[in-house]
Design a protein around this ligand. Structure first.
Ligand code: SF4
Length: 434
């Protein structure tokens, strides 16, 4: 099976049938770095609003923009060979194959943060993922290790939807309604819970306010932890992960108001907030928002017996219509566990789906979304950027370092450590990816 990049090029040259969400996907990411308005670039989050202050990537030297894939391949491999154990390259599941093939570890954001921690010999950690992942790697890695993001414009549109100023403002408004006194069981009015896909500042906020971090694998366990300590949860940035997880735990959706940071009280009345169990931040992932119940119905009609597996960042109706929902790790394990040839329709990022299809040729595996539309921000990492940062390391130069100051890193670490210490209880199984 050809990579997503190859498929896009074939489609744009007319050599292959199919569709992409943007013809601009055929261009190099540096084309978008030069646009006057900062943009997430072509792909799933291209229409999301970009907050001010989102990092921009300066122009990389011409030689990296002009190099062929073969030239970049030779340069990257030579630089990696020279650097040896002094560098570790991490590749997220959603990253393009043309970059993932150089990764020493491939995984989800949390697995990769652990891989960073488990590589103490590496002076440099090159993170082929997005900004919040590099921040997390910097928080958990050693003080002398430098974390590098090959393209500074590789953010995450979902993480960018919860900025620290809006979260602090929301917290102040909630305190004005709830006060800060604990109830008779010692539970405080509200516990902040942030998805791993959030800035270091948000993780630090949670660490400072008795809160915790979660992943899509352990969200139910983390919510249980939070309900042992609080009467309700403020969950950010992904409303869908929060809603799907809490619903599977038996919490009625009527008790999950949404918080829109641009409106007073998040667009709610005080009574709804007083009755609430989970307050959902108005955030979403544009990759997973593309999946629909109609796509599932079509897959079931065209492929009788198909197993539909989706990520819990998908809307609730999609998760409800699927056979199972869980993290990228859960989806991979569910396919690996199938002993008979099976047809799987998958609702997650296309690079990962294509890789699973290549890895398990005994099964028919396809993406629910018929249009090729990768994560825009993961797409910003291209082999040209990787060659650029690796060759700089060979010369002793550190480019694009992501560094989290200790004032933020220390409380963020507390929220991450609480997550690691949280233990699963008895929860509904449908949404849990462990
Ligand atoms: S797939 Fe969604 S949540 Fe993941 S990095 Fe891309 S925009 Fe962010």
């Amino acid at each position: 099976m050809s990579s997503v990049d190859t498929a896009i090029r074939l489609i744009t040259t007319g050599a292959k049938q199919g569709e992409t969400c943007s013809p601009d996907l055929a261009d190099g990411p540096w084309v978008f770095d030069l646009q006057p308005k900062p943009s997430y670039g072509p792909g799933s989050s291209m229409f999301d609003i970009i907050p001010t202050g989102t990092p921009r990537q300066g122009q990389i030297p011409q030689q990296y923009r002009d190099a062929s894939n073969e030239q970049l391949d030779a340069r990257i491999l030579a630089a990696k060979k020279t650097l040896g154990d002094r560098v570790v390259v991490l590749g997220h599941f959603y990253q393009r194959d043309e970059v993932v093939k150089y990764a020493d570890f491939v995984g989800d954001s949390f697995q990769l943060a652990n891989a960073a921690k488990a590589s103490p010999a590496a002076e440099a950690i090159v993170f082929c993922g997005v900004h919040f992942m590099a921040e997390t790697a910097d928080i958990v890695s050693g003080p002398n290790q430098k974390v590098i993001l090959p393209n500074l414009a590789a953010g995450c549109s979902m993480a960018d939807m919860a900025d620290i100023d809006s979260v602090e403002e929301a917290w102040a408004q909630l305190e004005s309604i709830y006060g800060s006194a604990a109830d008779a069981d010692g539970r405080v009015p509200v516990i902040p819970v942030t998805y791993m896909n959030s800035s270091a500042a948000i993780k630090a906020f949670c660490g400072e306010h008795g809160g915790i971090v979660c992943t899509s694998s352990n969200a139910a366990t983390v919510l249980e932890w939070a309900f042992e300590r609080g009467q309700r949860v403020l969950f950010f940035p992904d409303q869908h992960l929060g809603r799907n997880t809490a619903k599977a735990m038996g919490i009625p959706v009527e008790l999950m108001p949404m918080w829109n940071p641009s409106k007073p009280l998040g667009g709610n009345d005080a009574e709804a907030l007083l009755e609430s169990k989970v307050i959902l931040w108005h955030g979403f992932c544009s990759v997973h928002k593309r999946f629909t119940v109609e796509q599932i119905d079509k897959a079931r009609a065209e492929h009788p017996g198909v197993q539909v597996l989706v990520h819990p960042e998908c809307p609730m109706a999609v998760v409800d219509a699927a056979d199972a929902a869980g993290s990228t790790d859960f989806i991979g394990k569910a396919i690996a566990a199938a002993t008979e040839p099976t047809t799987f329709a998958i609702g997650t990022e296309i690079n990962m789906v294509n890789r699973l299809a290549a890895q398990y040729p005994q099964h028919e595996i396809f993406c629910l979304d018929p249009v090729i539309c990768p994560c825009s921000t993961m797409y910003r990492i291209h082999p040209g950027f990787l060659a650029w940062v690796l060759e700089a390391l060979v010369r002793g130069e550190v480019l694009n370092q992501i560094s989290v100051g200790e004032a933020i890193a220390a409380p963020a670490r507390i929220a991450l450590e609480r997550m690691l210490a949280a233990r699963p209880g008895t929860v509904a199984a449908h949404v849990i990816g462990d």
